[in-house]
Ligand binder design. Structure first.
Ligand code: 9ML
Length: 240
């Protein structure tokens, strides 16, 4: 609900992340390096460090046939599916259901040698930005995850190092209606996904270890997640 104390931050970060995700990759001078490619998926990162820690921004663009942006965001946002597709997840707790489109999560991720185990607290907000003003404008669904604090779970109080992140999953659905006026099927739809993430690993970890880990984990995550949505939706009514 819009009266929650987090609401002003949610509003601001969602607007900022939608703008950021919709920006292209600029020219080669903007520092984005293509580091992974698989079919329609292209993953870019910029090498950035804060206090000697790797905080490389990541931007992935992927085009997936047969699913809609609403479906991608539904399965990304909803807690009940997360263990099915998030392989690095050890424990997920919904600390608060702020509204039907906003939750507060605590997640501990599996320890990745040689770094120590990590946990994260973030609010997650799903939003539909319809293109009702101009018909040929983009119809966008997005989920934004942004780390925050929680009084009952102070950072670095247990075995885990607290990480900080901002993630935006932004989707634009494309429909090519059949010429013969027959009903739209999954063969006529596709979704352009822009996934942006900035993860601050919290405690120090060797830059080479982190970059190798991201290079392995991010392509795996996006391929596995999109395959999961295709499989979950293939025999279901299209969610526009
Ligand atoms: C030295 C360890 C560095 C930090 C390890 C870590 C923790 C959380 C996360 C993470 C947390 C949330 C999200 S999400 O998009 O909001 C979805 C909801 O789960 C995404 C990624 C990432 C990583 C880094 C492994 C890297 C990695 C990359 C993609 C998937 C898994 N692991």
């Amino acid at each position: 609900s819009s009266s929650h104390p987090l609401w002003p931050e949610i509003e601001h970060v969602v607007q900022q992340q939608v703008e950021w995700a919709r920006l292209g990759l600029g020219d080669s001078g903007s520092g984005w390096q293509l580091f992974a490619e698989d079919g329609e998926m292209r993953m870019y990162r910029r090498e950035e460090e804060v206090d000697g820690m790797v905080v490389d921004p990541l931007k992935a663009v992927h085009i997936v046939k047969g699913i809609t942006g609403h479906e991608v965001c539904h399965y990304f946002f909803s807690p009940q599916y997360r263990y099915d597709w998030e392989t690095t997840l050890e424990q997920m707790t919904v600390l608060e259901t702020i509204s039907e489109d906003t939750c507060l999560f605590l997640q501990t991720h599996k320890r990745i040698w040689p770094a120590s185990q990590r946990d994260v607290i973030f609010w997650s907000h799903i939003r539909h930005l319809p293109n009702n003003q101009d018909r040929d404008g983009p119809d966008i669904w997005t989920v934004v995850n942004h780390s925050t604090e929680h009084k009952d779970h102070p950072a670095n109080s247990g075995k885990c190092v607290r990480i900080f992140l901002t993630v935006c999953m932004l989707c634009q659905t494309r429909v090519i209606p059949p010429k013969d006026g027959t009903p739209i099927t999954r063969d006529d739809i596709s979704c352009k996904i822009t996934y942006c993430s900035v993860v601050n690993p919290g405690g120090w970890a060797p830059a080479s270890v982190l970059r190798a880990l991201y290079k392995r984990e991010y392509p795996k995550f996006l391929k596995r997640f999109t395959a999961y949505v295709i499989n979950q939706t293939k025999d279901k009514q299209i969610m526009f």
